[in-house]
Design a binder for this molecule. Structure first.
Ligand SMILES: NC(=O)C1=CN([C@@H]2O[C@H](COP(=O)(O)OP(=O)(O)OC[C@H]3O[C@@H](n4cnc5c(N)ncnc54)[C@H](O)[C@@H]3O)[C@@H](O)[C@H]2O)[C@@H](O)CC1
Ligand SMILES: Nc1ncnc2c1ncn2[C@@H]1O[C@H](COP(=O)(O)OP(=O)(O)O)[C@@H](O)[C@H]1O
Ligand SMILES: [K+]
Length: 502
């Protein structure tokens, strides 16, 4: 699992570590790790020129010491001082170390043209303008210099791409767009959340010896090795009932295919048994596509409700299905709710619940629930959710007490009282009709097996994304192929856990 810690948590761990170390030791470790990564990238690209953009804080200090090491190693190095107050605003010791190693120093406020030219010619740029002490956005001069960076240069953000909100709460267009971020001891929330992830680029964590083992993470991301830890694997004493029965209420006369996608995905995820509740057309399709499924209601351990259910009043043949959906939602069993099922959600349920909206569904649901309780709450639009996905997912989680899985390129899983999980495993090809129905089936299978909603949702998102990536192989995919990709994906990810890491 990749963990990101808040700025406050990192600063506390830093203070604790500093108490037992000589002054400046952490910065030396950070600079050493940074220089090592930078040298490796220069070697790979056969680059020779380095420019450090240096702000007034410790992020600039890291950068100056790293540039000094690179200059010592023979690279042609310069720094551009962006701090208000020029050279005087910097740590003099760090600046002198860089200069003594042969680094050329430009002060942007004194000669912006010369600074711009040296930036434009660099093969590798170290962004040390601001780190975790940064406020969102770049000052105009910094923005102009960042604009001058050559498209072919390799841009390494030191700790956090300058201009981002380190907490990843607010998005910011005016930021350094890094190819890679070298961060220290732990990721920061901006690295894993939609607001900062794209500007972060590849994330490299350099250990500088901060102890965060007891610290609560702000954001988590499951990785491949977590599958073997979390996936429900049957034992010799299990039978189909003990492994978990999933009831699926999905598909309709209008959208019969959703029933096939959801049940196929649940079957591929290895559910103990499947019950399917629907009207005649989807029943016929499920019979043909998933002969393992038993038709009709019965005892289950969890429900998957909603893919392909009409949001409006169903055709007469769908009335008993709609009633089954309402019974499932009113039950004390775990339920994953998607698509049309979300229209039936009117507040907290007293049982484990996963709600899986995309941005538009989340906007509609928040508008409805907000207006239901306050009477005059403003409408929430899809654009509002897109601009601040995490805050809106949190709002629905707070209103319902449920786990909210907000779908997108980065899928967020928000459960009150837990660190946010953020999964970015899928290729953009997954943005295709029916892909969400597959996800619902996988999460339903995991709930039926007894996983907590937070784990079921995030593990489901991971496996769904990895399956899509395999099926795509860089090209188009269809939702049914993703459903059929779940089984080999889980098999291979489980096998990873049984062998040495590769
Ligand atoms: N906390 C830690 O554990 C460690 C931190 N280190 C480094 O120290 C950094 C944090 O250093 P600081 O606390 O000095 O903070 P920063 O270096 O991130 O920046 C703070 C300075 O930048 C100014 N500033 C903030 N936002 C700005 C903006 N948008 N435009 C222009 N100026 C802005 C502030 O007024 C302040 O003077 C980390 O990111 C990391 O690079 C490392 O040296 C080693 C260990
Ligand atoms: N740009 C993207 N990159 C990767 N995955 C994406 C992207 N956009 C959407 N997805 C994923 O594709 C799926 C789409 O689901 P959904 O919107 O519910 O479609 P449908 O309702 O047609 O099944 C979700 O799992 C979502 O996270
Ligand atoms: K930075």
């Amino acid at each position: 699992m990749i963990r990101a810690h808040s700025v406050e948590t990192v600063r506390a761990a830093e203070a604790q570590a500093m108490a037992g170390l000589p002054e400046g030791e952490l910065m030396q470790r950070a600079a050493g790790g940074l220089a090592e990564v930078a040298a490796a990238r220069l070697e790979d690209s056969e680059g020779s020129t380095v420019v450090g953009l240096v702000g007034s804080g410790d992020n600039g200090g890291d950068t100056l010491y790293a540039v000094a090491e690179l200059a010592d190693a023979g690279y042609a190095c310069a720094v551009v001082v962006l701090a208000d107050g020029g050279r005087d605003a910097l740590r003099q010791e760090a600046l002198e170390t860089a200069e003594d190693a042969g680094t050329i120093v430009h002060v942007a406020a004194d000669d912006e043209e010369a600074a711009t030219q040296v930036v434009a010619e660099a093969d590798l740029v170290l962004d040390g303008i601001v780190g975790i002490g940064g406020r969102p956005g770049l000052q105009p001069r910094a923005a102009r210099l960042v604009d001058a960076i050559d498209d072919d240069a390799w841009v390494i953000a030191v700790d956090v791409a300058s201009g981002l909100d380190p907490s990843g709460e607010t998005g910011e267009d005016d930021a350094v767009w890094a190819d890679e971020t070298v961060t220290f001891s732990t990721a920061k929330p901006a690295h894993l959340l939609p607001a900062g992830e794209a500007a972060t680029g590849r994330l490299t964590v350099v250990d500088i010896g901060l102890d965060l083992s007891e610290a609560v993470a702000a954001v988590e991301r499951l990785d491949y090795d977590d599958v073997a830890l979390l996936w429900p694997v049957p034992g010799a004493g299990d039978d189909k009932y003990s492994r978990g029965v999933l009831g699926v209420v999905a598909g309709s006369e209008a959208y019969p295919g959703a029933a096939v996608l959801t049940t196929t995905a649940a079957a591929e995820a290895g559910v103990g048994m499947l019950r399917y509740v629907g009207s005649p057309t989807p029943v016929g399709l499920v019979h043909a596509a998933v002969p393992e499924a038993v038709i009709g209601t019965g005892q289950v351990q969890a429900w998957a409700v909603g893919p392909g259910l009409p949001a409006e009043e169903p055709e007469p043949s769908g009335h008993s299905q709609l009633a089954a959906a309402r019974v499932a939602l009113a039950s004390d069993l775990p339920v994953v709710v998607d698509a049309g099922g979300l229209e039936l959600v009117d507040g907290p349920r007293p049982a484990p619940t996963v709600l899986t909206p995309h941005a538009g569904e989340l906007a509609r649901l928040l508008t409805r629930l907000g207006q239901g309780s306050a009477g005059s709450a403003p409408e929430v639009t899809t654009d509002d959710v897109g601009a601040d996905p995490l805050a809106h997912a949190r709002r629905l989680a707070d209103l319902t007490g449920a786990t909210v899985l907000l779908k997108g390129a980065t899928t967020l899983v928000v459960t009150p009282g837990h660190p946010v999980r953020s999964q970015a495993d899928a290729p953009p090809w997954l943005a295709t009709a029916g892909a969400g129905d597959v996800l619902t089936g996988v999460i339903g299978a995991l709930l039926a097996a007894g996983l907590e909603p937070h784990d079921a949702a995030s593990l489901g998102a991971l496996v769904h994304g990895v399956a899509a990536d395999r099926v795509s192989g860089g090209g188009p995919l269809r939702a049914l192929a993703v459903a059929h990709g779940i089984r080999p994906t889980v098999r291979d990810l489980l096998a990873r856990g049984r062998t040495a890491p590769v």
